[in-house]
Ligand binder design. Sequence first.
Ligand code: NAG
Length: 267
Amino acid sequence: MKSSYLLLLAFSTIATAYQTLDPLVLPRPLILEYPPGDDQIFHSDVGKEEVQLRCASWRFAGEANNLAPWKTVPADCGAYVKDYMTGKAYRFDLEMVADEAAAYARSVSLAGDCMDAWVFDVDETLLSNLPYYADHGYGLEVFSSHEFDKWVDKAMAPAIQSSLKLYEEILRLGFKIFLLTGRTEGQKIVTMENLKKVGFRDWKQLILRGVNDHGRTATMYKSEKRSEIVANGYRILGNSGDQWSDLLGSSMGNRSFKLPNPMYYIP
Ligand SMILES: *[C@@H]1O[C@H](CO)[C@@H](O)[C@H](O)[C@H]1NC(C)=O
């Protein structure tokens, strides 16, 4: 009784805090600010279960694009996101998306003119940057492009295995594959090297951000590049990405497949 009352009190304190916040000011508090001096809730099993559930709700809201924009994983969910990313759950979620994408790819009949296309994002879609994020709090830290670029230059990102399997099947079915990444032209060589090293091959085109694309949202940049693909006569039947900005906008294609990513959000 006592602890559930205190929990309620804790959440209503947060609700008040929320109202005073500009919704775009980030990061947002999630379950923070338990009543001072009372660590009974936090250390009880009820408290832990509540945190797990709150963080699962947060992750779900993120995947459904209801949180957008968000800047970092809420501090309370650091351990939760780490467990998700390093345990089986992330892998199972990835496998389900890949299996559904493959089922869809097999279900459509291609025109046979080599103009049916599939678009893949790169980071957290084909390549995993988990080794980098393991050193940067699995999304708890604010993203640093400087630090991240140093990692990209190493060309050491492993393949997401379920995506590699899907990629092979998409190729086998006769799709032309377009890789559309937020990485810059300057990272082209290392990106190609990294992709090839872990088994990706035979893409039609690797599209990276040019100088004119800097400072534009990923949604704008990627929409424009997809429109160019379509203007060249291709039909985008499928599109796979871990960010909504990979999938929303114009020339979206017939089907989109959203891979899980609770670590970061790109507008
Ligand atoms: C893809 O969408 C277009 C436009 O809605 C439609 O004409 C076409 O039949 C679709 N292709 C497939 C393979 O579903």
